[in-house]
Design a protein around this ligand. Structure first.
Ligand code: C2O
Ligand code: CU
Length: 483
C-alpha cells in the first residue's frame, strides 16, 4: 500500500500512476524562439531601496521586537511588481548600521547584463554605509524572481534583507486572485536576540538552521480567498538553509512555473524546494466556509505554512483545468552538439573532519579556522566569504554555445546549486524521474547526479554556487566565465 507520505515525496509524485490520474486536459504546446538581443524598454519603473536596521515585531515570534535589516520602511519583504518590457531603475542607499558593512544587490534569476548582477568586487564596487548605488536593466523574462545582497549573506538574509521581484505578463487566463508567500526561518533565542547566523557545525553539515519558522513573518500565514476559485500562489523559499517539501492537504493544485519559468501544468502532490527556489502554483480553493492548508511535508511531522479560508460566492464550478503560462523564448540547448562539463560538489578534508567531530558530539569550537572552507566545487574551495580573491573560473563558456553541466553531489547533504544570469534546462537525474523544466537553482539530493543543459549567455563572470548560504560562504562557490 502506498501511504500518503510516500505519495507526497517527489519520487512517488512523478514516477507512478499518481500522475496518470491527475492528467490535465487542454495542454498547448508553445513555440520557443531564440533571444537575439536584450529587450528595449517601453516604460520605466522606479524603485528606491534603503537598506537599514528597522527593529520590528514579527507575528511568528509573538510580538517581541527584533533588530531586523530590511530594504524598505514599513514592509518586511518588499514585493516589487513590473510588466515585461519595462525598465527597472533602482537607486539604493546603504544605511546599514555597522561601519564597513558594504552591500550590493543581486537580482536572482534574471538574465541581465553582467555589470547589473550585483556581486561586490566581481561585477561592481561594493557600496559602503552612507553610499548610494544604482541599477538599470530591462528584465527579459516574466516570472517570480527575487533580490538580496551578495555579501555577509548569512547575516543579511538572516536579518531579513530579501525582496520579491515579479515580472508580469505571462498569464493567458488571469487567475481569480494572487498571493505572494516568502518562507523564511529566523535564528533567534527566546529573549529576542539573533543567535549567531552561522556556526561551524552547521556550515559543515546541512546549514545552520533557524529556530522560528515563518511565511511572510507569520506562522501560519492566513489568507481570505474567493471560494471555488483558481488562485495563483507565488511561493518562495528564501531561507538560508531550509529544504522543504511543499504541498496541499486535500486540494487540487498544479505547478505552473518553476523559478519563474512556465511549464505544462504538473499536478502538485508535493515538490521539494531548497533555498532560493520558487514555485508558481494554481490552486482551486475550497467552497465558501471551507479552507485549504499549505504544508511542508519534509519533516516527519508536517508543518502548516499557510491557510486559505474561502468566502463569498463561488467563482468557478467546472473541472480544475489549469491553463499554462506563456513560455518565454529561450535559446534552446543543442543536446547533440553540447559539450559535457563535470562539476563535482564535495566536502573538503576539513569539512569531513568537522562533520565527524560534530557526529561524535565533541566540542568543535576549538577548531577555529581562519578560512572556513568545508566545501568545494571541482576541488576548488572559494577562498573567502567575500569576493575579493578570485581564483580561476570553474569553466569558460562561449556565448550562444550549448553545454551540459553534469552536476555530481558526492556528499550526504542536499545542495541547491544556482547560476547567475542563466537558466538551466534540467534534463535528468541519476535517482528519480525529473519532469523536464527550466530553473536557475537545481536541488541536488544527497549523492545525486543531475544533467542540466545551458546555453552560454551574456559575456562576463557569473557566480555559480550552493544557495545554502552557509555552504556558499564556506567554499561551495565559484564562477563561470562567458566570453
Ligand atoms: Cu540568490 Cu548568488 O544568489
Ligand atoms: Cu550546499
Amino acid at each position: 500500500m502506498v501511504t500518503r507520505r510516500e505519495l507526497l515525496t517527489g519520487v512517488a509524485a512523478f514516477s507512478g500512476s499518481a500522475v496518470a490520474s491527475f492528467a490535465f486536459a487542454g495542454r498547448k504546446a508553445i513555440a520557443r524562439e531564440p533571444v537575439i538581443a536584450q529587450p528595449v524598454a517601453h516604460d520605466t519603473k522606479k524603485l528606491f531601496l534603503d537598506l537599514a536596521e528597522r527593529p520590528a515585531a514579527l507575528p511568528c515570534f509573538d510580538g517581541k521586537t527584533l533588530p531586523l535589516w530590511t530594504f524598505q520602511e514599513g514592509t518586511l519583504f518588499p514585493v516589487v511588481r513590473m510588466k515585461l518590457g519595462e525598465r527597472l531603475d533602482t537607486r539604493f542607499k546603504n544605511d546599514l548600521p555597522r561601519p564597513g558593512e558594504y552591500a550590493s544587490i543581486h537580482w536572482h534569476g534574471l538574465r541581465i547584463p553582467n555589470d547589473q548582477d550585483g556581486v561586490p568586487f566581481m561585477t561592481q564596487k561594493p557600496v559602503d554605509p552612507g553610499g548610494v548605488g544604482t541599477y538599470s536593466f530591462v528584465p527579459p523574462d516574466t516570472g517570480s524572481f527575487f533580490f538580496h545582497t551578495h555579501c555577509n549573506s548569512t547575516e543579511h538574509m538572516g536579518r531579513g534583507l530579501v525582496g520579491a521581484l515579479i515580472i508580469e505578463g505571462d498569464e493567458i487566463e488571469p487567475p481569480d486572485a494572487e498571493y505572494v508567500l516568502l518562507m523564511k526561518d529566523w535564528r533567534i533565542s527566546p529573549d529576542g536576540t539573533f543567535l549567531p547566523f552561522s556556526t561551524d557545525a552547521g556550515a559543515a553539515k546541512a546549514g545552520t538552521p533557524g529556530t522560528v519558522r515563518s511565511v511572510n513573518g507569520e506562522r501560519p500565514a492566513v489568507f481570505k480567498v474567493p471560494s471555488s476559485a483558481n488562485v495563483r500562489i507565488r511561493f518562495y523559499n528564501v531561507d538560508p538553509t531550509r529544504i522543504s517539501e511543499i504541498g496541499f492537504e486535500d486540494a487540487e493544485a498544479a505547478i505552473i512555473a518553476i523559478d519563474g519559468n512556465g511549464l505544462d501544468p504538473l499536478p502538485l502532490l508535493s515538490w521539494r524546494m531548497g533555498p532560493a527556489m520558487r514555485l508558481d502554483i494554481l490552486l482551486r480553493t475550497a467552497p465558501a466556509g471551507g479552507s485549504v492548508r499549505l504544508m511542508d511535508f519534509f519533516a516527519k511531522e508536517p508543518v502548516v505554512l499557510a491557510e486559505f479560508h474561502s468566502e463569498g460566492p463561488p467563482k468557478r464550478n467546472g473541472k480544475f483545468e489549469p491553463t499554462p503560462l506563456k513560455v518565454m523564448p529561450f535559446p534552446k540547448v543543442d543536446v547533440n552538439g553540447a559539450q559535457q562539463i563535470p562539476f563535482i560538489f564535495s566536502a573538503t578534508a576539513t569539512g569531513e573532519a568537522l562533520a565527524e567531530l560534530g557526529n561524535s558530539g565533541i566540542e568543535i569550537g576549538s577548531l577555529c579556522l581562519a578560512k572556513r572552507t568545508f566545501w568545494a566545487i571541482n576541488k576548488q574551495a572559494w577562498p573567502g566569504m567575500d569576493h575579493k580573491d578570485l581564483g580561476p573560473p570553474l569553466a569558460v563558456l562561449k556565448s550562444g554555445q550549448s553545454y551540459i553541466f553534469d552536476l555530481q553531489n558526492t556528499t550526504p547533504h542536499s545542495h541547491p546549486i544556482h547560476i547567475h544570469g542563466h537558466t538551466f534546462e534540467v534534463m535528468s537525474s541519476s535517482m528519480r524521474h525529473v519532469p523536464p523544466h527550466r530553473a536557475d537553482t537545481v536541488l541536488l539530493r544527497p549523492n545525486e547526479r543531475v544533467q542540466a543543459g545551458i546555453v552560454g549567455g551574456q559575456p562576463g563572470t557569473w557566480m555559480f554556487h550552493c544557495h545554502i548560504i552557509d555552504h556558499q560562504e564556506a567554499g561551495m562557490m565559484g564562477y563561470i566565465e562567458v566570453t
